[in-house]
Design a protein around this ligand. Structure first.
Ligand SMILES: Cc1cc2nc3c(=O)[nH]c(=O)nc-3n(C[C@H](O)[C@H](O)[C@H](O)COP(=O)(O)OP(=O)(O)OC[C@H]3O[C@@H](n4cnc5c(N)ncnc54)[C@H](O)[C@@H]3O)c2cc1C
Length: 402
């Protein structure tokens, strides 16, 4: 695809083996994952079977779980190297699951913060793709942007068991997950800044229930869940009691950066579709590409892609170096979400009605772009957090509360 070569030239260019690996990942996504997207999008048993088949192909091709630790059965690529492939892998929303990279966040969190029994029990099956996880922070009754108001509670019983009660929603992948990490209040009252903890809950525990599926702009995959006095033993506490927000912050920084890389891949795909359509659909005065207003879409989309990519890689570099990346992740997340929405919207516009119909991936890519501006914290949260951090450097008097 000529369009993809044009913008890829602006991406950081890894050398040697990594370039070859990136090409193989890209080929796997184009030839194996994208053709299966309609089945995977629909969910259900057919999607589970298709995913298992993709796992087998990924293993056979030496592409399985590339960023996960080698000692647990993964490919052992360091984050900075994996970041060079994540865009190609993320060109399909199903790419990370198909190639076994999806557990990266949970494996990182559990490897760093879980006790030895939990690590021994769950890490290898997670990397092998034998079990799946999900993450439940957001609740229906309080703003997700204000975790201090978390209503889910976990009480410790005399034998050390944690008994968890509450309701969460928009828990991605809950219906097929074996484990859910739950944010719960273990002390204090709603609104207190401390007292929040993370607990790992097997989804076959008595009292765990999927309440309903929550289609997002028609797409499956999100669920409302209930924990009705679910009991887990003391070693299912992840990290220190009351230490949830530090771990969640670490997880979100990595997670948001990964999403940005994947959104770049999805936007690139929409951009390529737009350019191909513009170049090949002919009116009486030639192809659509001859119209200046179509050229404007192409220019603006390319500009958005190329100005976002370096921002994302700035965040990658800081995270890989273990440095404070809050400002860079915030900038990258807002830029990448807006960019994905803009590029997919332009691609739909240039396709006309076909862009809204069932024959291209554009409706799904656009849906992803719209959701991107809300999930992992809405734009406003990142905008105000970054701006306040910057303004603090100019003196406390310019920072207003709220
Ligand atoms: C597709 C999808 C997948 C998701 N997956 C998960 C998941 O797996 N696990 C999970 O826990 N959650 C998940 N979520 C939930 C997501 O993280 C929350 O929706 C998000 O954090 C916002 O929380 P909220 O919906 O409660 O919005 P609220 O907190 O109610 O905010 C609503 C709106 O108010 C405005 N607002 C809020 N705070 C501010 C502020 N400080 N300044 C200015 N304006 C503000 C913004 O416009 C915001 O969009 C997912 C959401 C989506 C759409």
């Amino acid at each position: 695809m000529a369009g993809s070569r044009t913008t890829d030239d602006a991406a950081p260019q890894p050398s040697g083996e990594l370039t070859e690996l990136r090409e193989r990942v890209g080929r796997f996504i184009r030839t194996r994952v994208i053709p299966q997207e309609p089945v995977l999008d629909a969910g259900g048993p057919a999607a589970v079977a298709a995913l298992q088949e993709l796992h087998a192909h990924a293993r056979a091709d030496g592409l399985w779980a590339l960023p996960l630790p080698a000692e647990l059965g993964g490919g052992g690529l360091p984050f900075s190297a994996y970041a060079q492939l994540a865009e190609a892998e993320g060109a399909s929303d199903h790419g990370p699951a198909a190639l076994g990279s999806a557990p990266l966040l949970d494996v990182t969190m559990l490897a760093r913060h879980a006790g030895s029994r939990i690590r021994e029990r769950y890490l290898e099956p997670l990397v092998a793709g034998e079990i799946r996880t999900c993450y439940a922070m957001t609740e229906p009754d309080v703003p997700g942007t204000d975790p201090f108001l978390t209503g889910t509670r976990a009480e410790r019983e005399v034998d050390g068991t944690w008994r968890i009660t509450g309701r969460k929603w928009f828990t991605s992948g809950a219906a097929t997950a074996d484990l859910v990490t739950v944010l719960a209040r273990t002390s204090g009252a709603p609104g207190d800044r401390g007292g929040l903890s993370l607990l790992l809950v097997p989804t076959d525990s008595p009292g765990f229930r999927i309440v309903r599926e929550l289609p997002v702009l028609g797409a499956a995959g999100q669920y409302e869940i209930e924990l009705d006095g679910v009991g887990v033993s003391g070693d299912h506490l992840i990290g220190a009691e009351g230490g949830a927000l530090a771990i969640a912050g670490e997880r979100l920084a990595l997670g948001r950066t990964l999403r940005c890389l994947r959104w770049l891949g999805q936007a690139q795909r929409a951009f390529d579709l737009m350019c191909e359509r513009a170049a090949t659909r002919n009116g009486s005065r030639g192809p659509l590409a001859g119209h200046q207003l179509v050229q404007q879409h192409v220019f603006d989309a390319l500009l958005a892609l190329r100005t976002t990519r370096p921002l994302v890689h700035e965040a990658v570099a800081l995270i890989a170096a273990g440095q404070d990346a809050r400002t860079e992740v915030g900038l990258a997340k807002v830029a990448a979400a807006r960019m994905l929405q803009q590029v997919t919207d332009s691609a739909i516009q240039v396709h006309g009605a076909a862009g809204l119909g069932p024959d291209t991936a554009l409706p799904a890519l656009f849906r992803g772009g719209r959701a991107a501006r809300i999930l992992d914290g809405p734009d406003e949260l990142h905008i105000t957090a970054v701006a306040r951090r910057i303004l603090r450097g100019y003196g406390p008097s310019v920072v207003t509360p709220g």
